[in-house]
Write a protein that binds this ligand. Structure first.
Ligand code: NDP
Ligand code: GDR
Length: 366
């Protein structure tokens, strides 16, 4: 029988990969998108199906994680077998600027979905996946981080996600729901939002290589992250929901790298070797051949509280779900630079001369 899935956050990086995966498995997929003054469906336009055509299996609904009645109505109409709650204000640095909104969308938003299932008496019918995060570990207590490592959130984003994590556990225990947390470590792709550090770097490397940008400004180069490929991780989400019972799983590669090392790898993709000079806010990454400064540290990108080191232990997911990350950071970085070279070349071609400054500013300001 055809299964029906509801994806919140379908227009985001993970939502797009997950929708592709579920469609390929024969699911009917419903997604919630926000009203925006400009188009916000670029990541899923290639799988869009005209609702006038018979047999369309992808359906979009307007909604918002801050609107209980809207969410309850959509759940009632769609009657999903599986809900993947991916919608969130997902940028850690921005959460310091918008803490209340982040709590509402990321924390209470999850509660709204769980309560909708309880109110509609769908706690047995519907399985729910909550997009939890390695940011929950925050200040380093132990490494590698596993399902039993204590949490210590270091941002409004992480605190909101911690509330959502525990509400998911509580609904599982209180109402017997198949409700699961995927504690996912950073995962990236050519579809990654442009202001997350990997994509910011690969876009800048492409722009600098094509002569569209001079310098890449970054914050903390010493932060270490366990970076995987988003395509691998949505497969893990699906496996978590197919597991015999609701549970919590870490998805990670088990390998960590610094931001500085990602910068070096990305520039190496366009045959530029970086030498580092200076320390702290005076640190500069120079082209080894020309001596030109390509990377500078800008304190505006420092966070009030930072997460220094993330490295996950995905052994439970491997043991119980047969899941493991398949993409190395080198392969991921190469794919992202390759795709951004195409994106930047297209942008350069279609740009009018008077747009030059606007584009340059756009590239630099993120
Ligand atoms: P993105 O930022 O790419 O996507 C977030 C999605 O949520 C977008 O579709 C966005 O819509 C939507 N959204 C944001 N706010 C609301 C709202 N108030 N109501 C409805 N929809 C909203 O995130 P990712 O795809 O990278 O991540 C997916 C989820 O996984 C997020 O919850 C994130 O916090 C979590 N996560 C991500 C990790 C990662 O490394 N990528 C790691 C661990 C957890 P719009 O397109 O209109 O902005
Ligand atoms: P993160 O991802 O905060 O780990 O959250 P991000 O790519 O934003 O930052 C990673 C690390 O890089 C450092 N950094 C910079 N970050 C950004 N964005 N811009 C910069 O210029 C910059 N310079 C250095 C950061 O300080 C940080 O240490 C992501 C999101 O997808 C969350 O939603 C998700 O929960 C976690 O990953 C797991």
């Amino acid at each position: 029988m055809t299964k029906t899935a509801l994806i919140t956050g379908i227009t985001g990086q993970d939502g797009a990969y997950l929708a592709e995966l579920l469609l390929s498995k024969g699911y009917e997929v419903h997604g919630i998108k926000r009203r925006s003054s400009s188009f916000n469906t670029a990541r899923i336009d290639h799988i869009y199906e005209d609702p006038h055509e018979s047999g369309a299996r992808l359906h979009l609904h307007y909604g918002d994680m801050t609107d209980s009645m809207n969410l309850t109505r959509i759940v009632q109409e769609v009657q999903p077998d599986e809900i993947y709650n991916l919608a969130a204000m997902s940028h850690v640095a921005v959460s310091f600027e918008t803490p209340e909104y982040t709590a509402n969308a990321d924390g209470i938003g999850t509660l709204r979905l769980l309560e909708a299932l309880r109110l509609l008496k769908m706690t047995e019918k519907t399985r729910i996946y909550q997009a939890s995060t390695s940011e929950l570990y925050g200040k380093v207590q132990q490494i590698p981080q596993s399902e039993t490592t204590p949490f210590y959130p270091r941002s409004p984003y992480a605190a909101a996600k911690m509330y959502a994590y525990w509400m998911t556990v509580n609904y599982r225990e209180a109402y017997g729901m198949h409700a699961s947390n995927g504690i996912l470590f950073n995962h990236e792709s050519p579809r990654r939002g442009e202001t997350f550090v990997t994509r910011k770097i690969t876009r800048a490397v492409a722009a600098i290589h094509l002569g569209l940008q001079d310098v890449l400004y970054l914050g903390n180069l010493d932060a270490q992250r366990d970076w995987g490929h988003a395509r691998d991780y949505v497969e893990g989400m699906w496996r978590i929901v197919q597991h015999e019972r609701g549970d919590d799983f870490v998805l990670a590669t088990g390998v960590t790298h610094s931001v500085r090392s990602f910068v070096e790898k990305a520039f190496a993709e366009v045959d530029t070797q970086i030498d580092w000079a200076g320390t702290g806010v005076d640190e500069v990454g120079k082209c080894r051949t020309t001596g030109r400064a390509l990377v500078e540290v800008d304190p505006r990108y420092f966070r009030p509280t930072e997460v220094d080191l993330l490295i996950g232990d995905p052994s439970k997911a491997k043991r119980l779900l047969g899941w493991q990350a398949t993409t190395t950071l080198d392969a991921l970085c190469a794919e992202m630079v390759r795709e951004d070279l195409k994106v930047m070349a297209r942008e350069a071609e279609t740009r009018r001369p008077d747009e030059e400054r606007a584009v340059a500013l756009h590239v630099v300001k993120h």
